[in-house]
Each structure stands twice: as structure tokens, then as C-alpha cells.
Design a protein around this ligand. Sequence first.
Ligand SMILES: Nc1ncnc2c1ncn2[C@@H]1O[C@H](COP(=O)(O)OP(=O)(O)OP(=O)(O)O)[C@@H](O)[C@H]1O
Ligand SMILES: [Mg+2]
Length: 301
Amino acid sequence: MLVSVLSLKGSPGATTFAVALAARWPAPARALLVEADPAGGDLVLRFSLRSLPGLVSLAAAARRGGETDLVWRHTQQLPGGLPVIAAPPDAEQARAALSTLAPDPTGAPAVLRAAADTPGTVVVVDCGRADPGSPALPIVRSSDAVVLMSRAHADDLAHLPRRLPAVGRWSPNPVLLLVGEGYTEAEVARELGVPPLGRVPHDPNGAAVLCGRPNTPRRRRNSPSRSALGRCAHTVATHLALRQRPAVPGPRPAGPGALWAPVATPPTLPGVPPAAVSPNGIRPAPQARTAPTEERGGRAS
Ligand SMILES: Nc1ncnc2c1ncn2[C@@H]1O[C@H](COP(=O)(O)OP(=O)(O)OP(=O)(O)O)[C@@H](O)[C@H]1O
Ligand SMILES: [Mg+2]
């Protein structure tokens, strides 16, 4: 399974959440994190990784033609053992690596797809900010699931109506995650015609560990397995993994405290026409709506 994580504006925590998603992907799947941010990677600096192997060496190897397990030879490990393919911190090098991979039929999407198509494997890709000209777009387009992250304040949400149609063309069923405080899911669904999958909690301590800042033994609650952020990532990962499978009866990630109401059919939300809603996904309403504004009664804190 190939999962892209991206943002449209600002820095909502896409890299942090991509790390959490891969680290907390439900067993027994083997998870791999790929940093494919054209603006340059953060993982090398955050986790004191070596510059190679990584995205640059993968691009060079893929150009020579590669086998199914090629990606695994270009990984390093984060603390805890998560294998990662890190992007170079330099944006020019990162874009060059992605561009080298993308147009080649044996390039990034094909190489990553091959790994992601291996049974029991999930490849989580941090695609950074998704602009129409991004060299990471071929990866987004070939993904099985696209996770779009946005902060929930008016100035961030105001950009969504203009940008969501493009996301809908890249992926048939992307999911939207709100980050931190701000407008509620219901308000966003009502105003934008987009039902968010859920909300990523504001969790500076949990985020710090996922960004490579050390966790002390006395602060175990900040580890990905216990932090609010890590638990949220696990819930989202479980949802995506279940959504990918053919519908079979079985447990769903719902219950008290679940991030969203489980849906087998498109939910009906007050004020949202049914056609505007896909199962926990994004389907912009036919008529562009304005983003909620503070003046119209939305919550911003
Ligand atoms: N859920 C969260 N709660 C609190 N802080 C967070 C959260 N997620 C990320 N952060 C913090 O926000 C900062 C930016 O996070 P991150 O690098 O993941 O964002 P990004 O969207 O990938 O940014 P960029 O666009 O620069 O790639 C980091 O310092 C991180 O610790
Ligand atoms: Mg990032």
C-alpha cells in the first residue's frame, strides 16, 4: 500500500505525522517511510542520519534499473527501528532526485509502487507541500491513499476551496486531517463541503519525540506508542489499512474516543448535500463555498 502525506499551506506537521503514521502502522505490515519533500528533507538533521543512503542514492540506482526490493537497500533506521529513505536537506538536491526519478518509467512511482505492492508492505511518503508543479506529484497520483493535512484556523482553511479540486484530480478519495485547535470538523464539513477524517491533536511533547528530540525514561508518555499524536496516527493508519482491504465484516476503529464516526456509506451531515461527501474523504461541493471566518462564528482557539 502506498500512502502520501501532504500539506497545501504552511507547516501543519506533515513530516511529523508521516513519521508517526509509519511508526504506528498496525502490525503485521512492514512499514517504510520515504521523505520526498521537494523543499528538502528534515529527517537527516532531526535524527542525525548520514546523508547516504537515501533518496539521492535511490534515484541513482533506479536510473540504472531496479528490482522490487531496491528501496530497502537505501534505507536508514530511526530510533525504534523504522526504516526511512531520507531526502537531502538541500531543496535543489531533493528536487533533482525527485525529478530524476519521476519521468523515468522505472522511477519514483514505479520503484515505490513496486515496494508498496509487495504483500504486507506499506510505504508512507512525505510529499511536503503539494504545489501543481511539484516533482513529488507523480508519487501522489500513484498512491492508494492521500492524507491532506491542514491547520484548522480560518487563514489555512480559506485556501482549501481553491486547492481541493486539484487534489481531487490527483487522488479519487483523499482524506483531510485538521491539525490542532480551530474550527470543528462539523464546521469545516458544513462550510467547505469536505468532511474531515479527524483532528490531529496539538501535542508538542509527542511531536518533539517524532522530530528526534530525545525522550527521557521518565517521560515515556511522550513516546509514539503512548503520546496523543502517536495514538491518533495509529487510529488513522488502522482506518486507512482497513479501507484498503475489500469490505469484510470485522472490527472498525470506532468507539468512545474514536476520531470519526465509522461510515460504510457516505455520511449525511447537517447542511451538506450527500453528493458532496465521500466515505471519510474529500469531495468538494459542486459550488465553491467560502471558508469559515472568525466573523461568521467559527472557533479559532
Ligand atoms: N501535532 C503537533 N502538535 C504540536 N506540534 C507539532 C505537531 N506536529 C508537528 N509539530 C511541530 O511543528 C513543527 C513542524 O512540524 P513538521 O516539520 O512536521 O511540519 P511540516 O508540515 O512537515 O513542515 P514543512 O512544510 O516545513 O515540511 C515541528 O517543530 C514539530 O515538532
Ligand atoms: Mg515537512
